[in-house]
Design a protein around this ligand. Structure first.
Ligand code: NAD
Ligand code: ZN
Ligand code: ZN
Length: 382
């Protein structure tokens, strides 16, 4: 089969790989119909995630058709059209029992902090991902769900991470009626967080980025006020001015460890890797939240980013909430929002890329060329 393969930072190819096989009675093999590339994949592509081994296939966002099931699988059968959450999880450990699927204790022998994810390096369990013609899905009775008849494929693939994560970010913000919410980052995750904030009663939603085409999308798709941080000498001051010098009730960091906005932090954290990424967006979040406010961190951070203004967070009495999204927990509510038309996730899809051209897709997405927001990968399996 053909699969995307990592060859080193900024180097990916499509190669012939062995077909995945059933390794455990509760495995399934899924023929991938659509996969997506995520901002999280860019951290892998840039070589920022430890233990990303040469030969790994990325892709934690995918949907497809069940090709084969192991002997103990009861909930799926060959031919089922399924969506698969990006988390690999057992469904029965202490954490899964509490709905903390992204913190599953049974699926990742390499770390205790993070659970399992498809195509996200050996730090996240070493599972191959779905930017491929076929993928092995462990715990097949636990994560995958039949795609409802009425749901479009492109909506379904965005429900495997981007939309649930954005929605989760708004949930972690504990938004109360009338709250002012600032979202840092107008990628798919930030745009979904902004749109979801309205559903939770926000009175004002402000989105910050430095890419004008994404800010235009934030106005159109998420009905948000927007700020281009590159246009202001001090974006924190500007956002303070915009919020009566109090700051926002809730700030959502949807940018993560590769954020721009500080040359020094970007060079030391992202280019030279002297610290685990750049904390600039996180610090802007801590700075622009009002005292007693809540900071919700969705953006991915490496093991030890330094230079975080933790003292300020403490003195301001901030509540900081964060996690990888437990995707399946979000589905019942989100299925309703999609069916009722409150959210149309596929509106963010800008590029549909054949698997054979995925290297070009990564390049365009990484360099933010061609108005890219969300690229979808289409394998040619038949
Ligand atoms: N918690 C989770 O479960 C989870 C799931 C998916 C993605 N993520 C993380 O969320 C983040 C966003 O993902 P995405 O797919 O939207 O990525 P993306 O790369 O498409 O978007 C990130 C956006 O942030 C902007 N940005 C850069 N520096 C900024 C700054 N200082 N302030 C404001 N905006 C800034 C970029 O211009 C870009 O538009 C990534 O770090 C990703 O790893 C987390
Ligand atoms: Zn993702
Ligand atoms: Zn578990």
């Amino acid at each position: 089969m053909h699969a995307m393969v990592y060859r080193g930072p900024y180097k990916i190819r499509v190669e012939e790989k062995d077909m995945p096989s059933i390794e455990h009675p509760n495995d399934a093999i899924v023929r991938v119909a659509l996969a997506a590339i995520c901002g999280s994949d860019l951290h892998l592509y840039h070589g920022l995630i430890p233990d990303t081994r040469v030969g790994t296939t990325f892709g934690h966002e995918f949907i497809g058709v069940v090709e084969e099931v192991g002997p103990s699988v009861q909930n799926l059968k060959k031919g089922d059209r399924v969506m698969v959450p990006f988390n690999v999880y057992c469904g029965s450990c202490y954490f899964c029992a509490r709905g903390l699927y992204s913190n599953c204790h049974n699926v990742n022998p390499n770390a205790t902090a993070v659970g399992g994810a498809y195509g996200y390096s050996h730090t996240a369990g070493g599972y191959d991902g779905g930017q491929s013609e076929f993928v092995r899905v462990p715990f097949a009775d636990v994560g995958p769900t039949l795609i409802p008849e009425w749901m479009d494929d492109e909506d379904a693939v965005l429900l495997t991470d981007a939309l649930p994560t954005g929605y989760f970010g708004a949930q972690l913000g504990d938004i109360e009626e009338g709250d002012t919410v600032i979202v840092l980052g107008a990628g798919p995750v930030g745009l979904f967080a902004a749109a979801s904030s309205w559903l939770m009663g926000a009175g004002r939603v402000i989105v910050v980025d430095h890419l004008d085409y994404r800010l235009a999308k934030a106005r159109e798709f998420a009905h948000a006020e927007t700020y281009n941080f590159a246009e202001y000498p001090d974006i924190v001051l500007e956002l303070k001015k915009a919020t009566d010098y109090l700051g926002a009730d809730v700030v959502i960091d949807a940018a993560g460890a590769e954020a721009d906005g500080s040359f020094l932090q970007h060079v030391t954290g992202v280019k030279l890797k002297l610290q685990g990424g750049s904390p600039i967006a996180l610090n802007w979040a801590l700075d622009t939240a009002r005292k007693g406010g809540t900071v919700s961190v969705l953006g991915a951070y490496g093991p030890a980013p330094s230079g975080i203004k933790f003292g300020d967070a403490m003195n301001k009495g901030l509540t900081i909430r964060t996690n990888q999204c437990p995707v399946k927990r979000q589905w019942p509510r989100l299925f309703e929002h999609v069916r009722n038309g409150y959210l149309k996730p596929s509106e963010l899809v800008t590029h549909r890329i054949p698997l054979e051209h995925i290297a070009e897709g990564y390049h365009i997405f990484s360099s933010k060329l061609d108005g890219i927001i969300k690229p979808i990968v289409v394998p040619q399996a038949s």
